[in-house]
Design a protein around this ligand. Structure first.
Ligand SMILES: Cc1cc2nc3c(=O)[nH]c(=O)nc-3n(C[C@H](O)[C@H](O)[C@H](O)COP(=O)(O)O)c2cc1C
Length: 364
């Protein structure tokens, strides 16, 4: 079924402008009936943040921004789905064009700028599916014109805690001016205090809601020291490393498109994303688990991400170039690795190469 969908849809998706292709993909997932996913091999199961993941491969934030198709995505074999980024109020995002494919590099640049239907429709949709099972997290952000960004995050976590498996505080999108300043130590400490207080207030009625922090791969290492130390002090449940990069690696072939403003993702992001993940892993010292995102486009890349420090992984851009078959390919590769190495659980791999990765020359 997935193979058929890929064969029919991908050539069409390729000739469309990237954003039209994306909208068509969401519409198709809304209306094409999909059978439930086959049960995953038990060796792929992962426990993290108090949740039981059937497999460690997640759909990254930004694909299903308005929580329209989380169950279709679960049926495609993802172990979890992160919807959002949701902002409190609806906002259009930046003018089009704002999404670009770098075909020769298998990369994507986006400057969408949190186009969002706002909290109400997403809340309605998630409430309607709340009893359906499956791990669906929500990624939250602030409105561009918000007079009080911290209040935006605190308000959203209070509203969504009851209908989301976890909440991700996204302070790393490069496309909302000033948003990434929330990663600065004093502000971050304030922000985390506010969102954790808001979360704790609703816990008696909403139940436990793990809180994850999603960071940029562009932080300096001293800034990363601060971010990890505050995240540990404030007892977040995990971190996602990370978002898109505003840097442009020297290796990029599509120099014209590379000049577009926005965040770069996909294969050219992987060396930097893996490095920042490993740097984070050695600082976190096992206190909470990490989700690795950035440039996963094969089973080997997913295993590399785990070895650099990820307990769970997320993919987005790789799906644009490799199709939905990528999810099954990663599962097969992970099971193959377990068999080859005589291991019984993926936890054996997590962070195995972190120290080695941090000793390499900085990726350019
Ligand atoms: C088109 C597009 C939109 C995205 N939107 C969001 C978003 O709304 N919130 C967010 O936290 N990350 C967003 N991301 C970042 C991804 O979640 C992910 O962190 C990043 O793309 C690296 O993974 P990848 O290389 O597999 O794409 C977006 C990425 C892309 C390509």
């Amino acid at each position: 079924m997935i193979g058929l969908f890929d064969r029919l849809a991908r050539p069409l998706l390729y000739v469309l402008a990237p954003e039209d292709a994306h909208n068509l993909a969401i519409r198709s997932l809304k209306f094409v009936p999909l059978p439930p996913a086959a049960r995953d091999d038990r060796r792929l199961a992962v426990r993290a943040f108090g949740l039981n993941f059937p497999n460690p491969i997640g759909m990254a934030a930004g694909f299903d921004k308005n929580a329209e198709v989380p169950d279709a995505l679960l049926r495609l074999g993802f172990g979890f789905v992160e919807v959002g980024t949701i902002t409190p109020k609806p906002q259009p995002g930046n003018p089009r064009p704002r999404l670009f494919r770098l075909n020769d590099d298998q990369g994507v640049i986006n400057r969408l700028g949190f186009n969002s239907q706002g909290a109400d429709p997403a809340l309605r949709r998630l409430a309607a599916r709340a009893q359906s099972g499956g791990i669906v997290g929500i990624n939250i952000g602030a409105n561009k014109d918000s007079p009080d960004r911290l209040a935006d995050y605190a308000g959203l976590i209070a509203r969504f805690a009851a209908v989301a498996s976890y909440v991700t505080v996204n302070i790393s999108s490069p496309n909302t001016p000033g948003l990434r300043n929330l990663q600065q130590a004093a502000v971050l400490d304030d922000l985390l205090a506010r969102v954790i207080e808001a979360r704790d207030q609703v816990t008696p009625s909403a139940g436990p809601t793990p809180l994850l922090l999603k960071i940029a791969p562009d932080l300096s290492l001293p800034d990363l020291d601060d971010v990890v130390s505050i995240a540990r002090q404030r007892r977040v449940d995990g971190m996602i490393v990370g978002n898109t990069t505003v840097t442009r690696p020297k290796s990029l072939k599509d120099a014209g498109t590379a000049r577009e403003a926005g965040g770069l993702s996909g294969r050219p992001l992987r060396p930097l994303a893996d490095r920042m993940l490993a740097e984070t892993y050695v600082r976190v010292e096992g206190v909470f688990p990490l989700v690795g995102a950035g440039g996963i486009d094969s089973g080997a890349a997913a295993l590399g991400k785990m070895r650099a420090g990820a307990t769970l992984v997320q993919v987005y851009s790789g799906l644009v170039f490799r199709g939905l078959g990528l999810v099954a390919e990663i599962k097969t590769a992970l099971l193959g690795a377990l068999e080859r190495d005589g291991q019984t659980a993926l936890s054996e791999y997590v962070g195995a190469d972190a120290a080695a990765v941090t000793a390499e020359p900085w990726p350019e």
